[in-house]
Design a protein around this ligand. Structure first.
Ligand SMILES: [Fe+2]
Length: 243
């Protein structure tokens, strides 16, 4: 007797999805390089039924020395006209690398680019453990912000006990959808599916750097349980930042 395991396409979940993580502001980081790249991403979003996204350029003092002020200017001049032309809802936030500069900004109470009123999207090294990793979350809390940790499945040093400690202190964990598509290799893919199964994630995003990322995400196949879990995460995205 044959048993069929039903597979579902992630594409069917994308209609109305609110993306919380994207690099579509061209010319400021390793995402879109040109206006044409940004337009390709917008067209692919629209094709998939997505009409809203936070724009989250890297702020990483050593590599992408963007600032709140510079990104506001770039966003207004480069993306707002496209948002109007493509009837697309864009909001500026950022993806902060948790380095010394980031912690200094928090301590100096500098204006930050947030998702919603007070939530920061943050990342750390995907290679080496920073001994101040957990202290940085204390700095975020002390400055009065909530934290979303981007793509926790990509940090090889982040074991289950550390993930649980982060969750217990209220850090939200953001599943990177490209991780499910195998974009970062087998280990990350396996880790992402394992974390999805074990209920670690709070929120999800595409982390799109090119239109191709979105096409890869749309083609992800999921079993029923994975599909329902991702659907729930997407549902939460939609309402998390409504004011
Ligand atoms: Fe990112």
């Amino acid at each position: 007797m044959w048993f069929f395991r039903k597979t579902l396409k992630l594409r069917d979940l994308l209609e109305g999805f609110v993306d919380v993580h994207s690099h579509l502001l061209f010319g400021v980081d390793d995402g879109a390089k040109t206006q044409e790249d940004s337009i390709k991403i917008l067209n692919t979003y629209k094709k998939l039924g997505i009409n809203s996204s936070f724009v989250t350029p890297h702020i990483m003092s050593q590599i992408y020395p963007n600032s709140t002020e510079s990104l506001k200017v770039e966003f207004e001049s480069k993306l707002m006209p496209l948002a109007a032309e493509y009837d697309f809802n864009l909001q500026l936030a950022a993806e902060y690398f948790m380095d010394v500069n980031f912690c200094d900004m928090l301590k100096a109470e500098q204006p930050m680019l947030t998702l919603g009123e007070n939530t920061l999207l943050v990342e750390s090294s995907t290679v080496a453990y920073n001994f101040r990793f957990e202290d940085a979350f204390s700095d975020i809390e002390e400055a009065g912000y909530l934290a979303i940790l981007a793509h926790p499945e990509r940090y090889p040093y982040l074991d289950d006990s550390m993930l649980k400690r982060l969750k217990n202190r209220g850090v939200m964990l953001q599943l990177n959808l490209p991780s499910l598509a195998g974009v970062y290799g087998t280990n990350v893919t396996n880790r992402a599916y394992s974390m999805l199964k074990n209920g670690y994630y709070d929120i999800t995003g595409t982390d799109t750097h090119t239109a191709l990322t979105l096409d890869k995400i749309a083609n992800i196949s999921l079993n029923c349980k994975q599909y329902d879990t991702v659907k729930y995460l997407m549902y939460k995205n939609q309402y998390l930042f409504e004011n």
